[in-house]
Write a protein that binds this ligand. Structure first.
Ligand code: NAD
Length: 289
């Protein structure tokens, strides 16, 4: 297939390369010259503007920083420029309302669209092992799945348009909450006189088990390998977790949902980022306890 890929940053660069490896003709655009040069090395055809990249494709994939940019790229540079009937896949993490609005505008103009945000970081984007949570009609999902598979370990249909973003905000709110809880339990165990490695051995096989404890232990030298073992460098930046928590708080307000733990987690990450921790892995909350 001919696929346009817009947004070749930390995540999009590796994803576009995996589409090339799967045999697709990938037409790439990014505002960054560096990102474009890397895409060209990975076998993408590069373009000097979005309308040129999308002019003759079957599908458009976007991996952009936020909802305002996604809306401006689709409304200003993709809708009306890509061939009618093309499938749009927005893989960015954005707010549910913007995802639904942009899809509505695309569909009114004769396109099909899915929201397809991802779980998994830069390593999974490079390795082609992301989990995609996809919102959209059944027929659009079927076509989207075939395009997403070379970048994925799982492609899951979440429901109607916007459902992918709902799944993403709920997942990451839960992740923030169990990460903070895991940090607190490890710090409490140590302060109360229990060897934290022994606590890990016990709790990871007891009812306290969860991904942050078992697979990404946020205390240096304890349990599973994680960025904690490397000064909290790499991994999933606290600033990105804060972005996702803010999206979840907006989504909760829009849906009339009560999320006291989510609100508390947002305050904790907000304070941590404000104090200069935005670039550190989100497990670095452990260092504040
Ligand atoms: P990034 O900032 O590295 O990449 C975004 C790219 O978009 C940049 O290269 C930028 O130049 C480009 N861009 C911005 N505006 C543009 C425009 N108008 N036209 C064309 N290109 C434009 O960000 P990232 O880490 O790759 O994240 C992308 C998305 O994926 C975000 O929505 C993020 O929340 C989500 N996400 C990131 C991770 C992660 O671990 N980094 C994990 C899951 C989801």
């Amino acid at each position: 297939m001919k696929i346009a890929f817009i947004g070749l940053g930390n995540m999009g660069g590796g994803m576009a390369a995996n589409l090339v490896k799967a045999g697709h003709e990938v037409h790439a655009f990014d505002l960054s010259e560096d990102a474009l040069a890397k895409a060209q090395e990975h076998g993408c055809a590069i373009h000097s503007a979005v309308p040129e990249a999308v002019a003759n494709v079957d599908a458009v994939v976007t991996m952009l920083p936020n909802g305002a940019i996604v809306k401006s790229v689709y409304t200003g540079e993709v809708i009306g420029k890509a061939p009618k009937g093309a499938l749009f896949l927005d893989c960015s993490t954005i707010d549910v309302a913007t995802a639904r609005e942009v899809a509505g505008l695309a569909e009114a103009a004769g396109y099909r669209m899915v929201d397809a945000p991802v779980s998994g970081g830069i390593a999974a984007a490079n390795a082609g092992t992301l989990t995609f949570m996809v919102g959209g009609a059944d027929e659009a999902f079927g076509k989207a799945k075939a395009i997403l598979e070379p970048m994925a370990k799982a492609v899951i249909h979440a429901g109607a348009i916007g459902s992918g973003q709902v799944a993403k905000m709920c997942n990451n709110m839960l992740l923030a909450i169990h990460m903070i809880g895991t940090c607190e339990a490890l710090a409490l165990a140590e302060k109360a006189g229990l060897d934290p490695q022994t606590f890990y051995e016990i709790s990871s096989k007891s009812t306290g088990y969860n991904w942050s404890l078992n697979d990404y232990t946020p205390a240096p030298g304890i349990g599973a390998p994680s960025p904690a073992d490397n000064g909290y460098q790499g991994g999933f930046a606290s600033a990105l977790m804060l972005k996702d928590l803010r999206l979840a708080m907006e989504g909760a307000a829009g849906a009339g949902a009560t999320v006291p733990m989510g609100e508390h987690a947002t305050r904790i990450y907000d304070a941590f980022v404000e104090a200069g921790g935005g670039g550190k892995d989100f497990g670095a909350i452990f260092t504040t306890l």
